[in-house]
Design a protein around this ligand. Sequence first.
Ligand code: ADP
Ligand code: MG
Length: 630
Amino acid sequence: MMEKGTISIHTENIFPIIKKFLYSDHEIFLRELVSNAVDATQKLKRMSSLGEYKEEMGDLTIEVSFDKDKKTITVSDRGIGMTAEEIKKYINQIAFSGATEFVEKFKDKGDAKDIIGKFGLGFYSAFMVAKQVEIISKSREKGTEAARWVCDGSTEFEIGPAEKEDRGTDIILHIADDSEEFLDEWRLKGILDKYCKFLPVPIKFGKETEQVEDGKDEEGKPKYKSVEKDRIINDTDPLWTKTPADLTDEDYLKFYKELYPMSEDPLFWIHLNVDYPFNLTGILYFPKVKNDFEVQKNKIQLYSRQVFITDEVKDVVPEFLMLLHGVIDSPDIPLNVSRSYLQSDSNVKKINSHITKKVADKLGELFKKDRASFESKWDDVGIFVKYGMISEEKFYEKAKDFGLFKNTEGKFFTFDEYKEHISANQTDKDGNAIYLYTTDPGKQDAYIQSAKNKGYDVLLMDGVIDSHVINFLEQKLEKTQLKRVDADTVDKLIDKDEKIESVLSEKEEEKVKEIFEKAIDNKNMTIKVESLSPDEMPVTITMSEFMRRMKDMAKTGGGGYAMMGNMPDQFDVTVNANHAVISKILKAKKEEKKAQLAKQSYDLAMLSQNMLSGADLTNFIRRSVELSAE
Ligand code: ADP
Ligand code: MG
């Protein structure tokens, strides 16, 4: 017999739950209390500007202080303040109704992170570090009495009148024994720097010394003295909150240094400014990434109304832009950013696709406005564009108009321009455009030169991501194939069905093949005799595009290809029937001589593929010396 019932959870249980779930993030209590102080100050300013508050507002600076002996941390503001009634309403009731909601959700869904996110890390997060919390507040309302509220983290509280001259609120935390680490100037300064650096109301914490002019000495030179003054820890108007039209390049560079003091200047930046359908501001900087793996440590920072939330921006920022730097600020991102929460949030998805669109638009704009400068930054920017094209269809749709190919001569082409550029000379007999590329212009130089002699263009594809780009573009571009320059002999790379007559008879070709097979004697080398143009090399060693891509995929651990990783490399050795050296080999009287000459031309081909080493190289050099002495 099944029994149904309701799980009853008492409010006394809430504090242990809060403590437990927020365990790893205790330091955020300060963010929450300072944000509340900022909210109270902003509310007062709004009331004042609406004429609802008619007194002088005075100095609105928020103060954070601590007392090591008394074991207290205090956050004081000069905001709207609370009457005893308001404390009861906002601190007691609201929080507890929030807690009831928390319990409701907890029993249905069982996803704790989700619930904590909705519950909010508000005022009660103070109990993560405090054994007792005091509120001393005086309302903005004239003639109201100041109030004092004390609570030790249970559901019991005391409230009564207090002595307080000024309008505003002091939150006094009596720090628990296990949280005394927070009674430390640098620890607190560190937390404030992390979370509160760009809050919109000045926050003072401790003192700093400054050198100020203090009259002149006998020679008339200015004298200086050290003066202690309040240390303000925040920049109340960070750059991203300003209007882009009012800002100069210097402003953006200066702000970048403020965010990442030790870093090299970025290439350019995008100022995001959206108010519909969601609210989002921010500045994204494109760093120089070429060969710089250090670059990752400067992460994009996520803010909500100028309060720092996290630098784990996964899901908010598309993956291919994770290497960017800068800040994003959106009140529409739920405050407690936990991954499972974000993924299910539709705003997060919208923000993500908006950022993708904005970045694509900005890149397109830079390309149109100043192509030369865009090209000069391509080596750095290209990585983002290529990664973006592969990973996001929507980005590709825009990027295909500004994505660039770079050839071995350092010239840049858009995809359309390139098609146009090569179509006359690089279309094969089936009407396919064949794009030739090199992954290493140094090593593949001989092949590049052969291709150039034929009037072919060769693309530079030497980036880490380029092998993926090649596969991707073959799927995207119609009737287009990409082949590495050394995938075949130059006459066969682009098969135009142009037959070159052979100077050798069929029988002679058979003989040539035999000589080479004997001389080379390696079953990983497939020998064929073909009639190429006489000015091509006598012997060429190639690996077919198909074969090489399979090998590459095996190397990067691609699924079903793994077994190929253990197979020896298979090469094609093409002997050029029309080359004078081959005729000479046939005409040689002695078999030994035939073998020697065959081996020599084979070794030359090996050498140009960087495949000659060890004893083979030594033998080749010795043989070359002998041959030149003859
Ligand atoms: P939230 O800030 O999300 O509303 P909190 O738990 O942080 O939730 O705070 C609860 C309420 O207590 C606030 O909405 C506000 O009305 C009141 N409050 C908290 N701190 C202050 C303060 N320093 N000055 C005035 N009111 C405050
Ligand atoms: Mg709050």
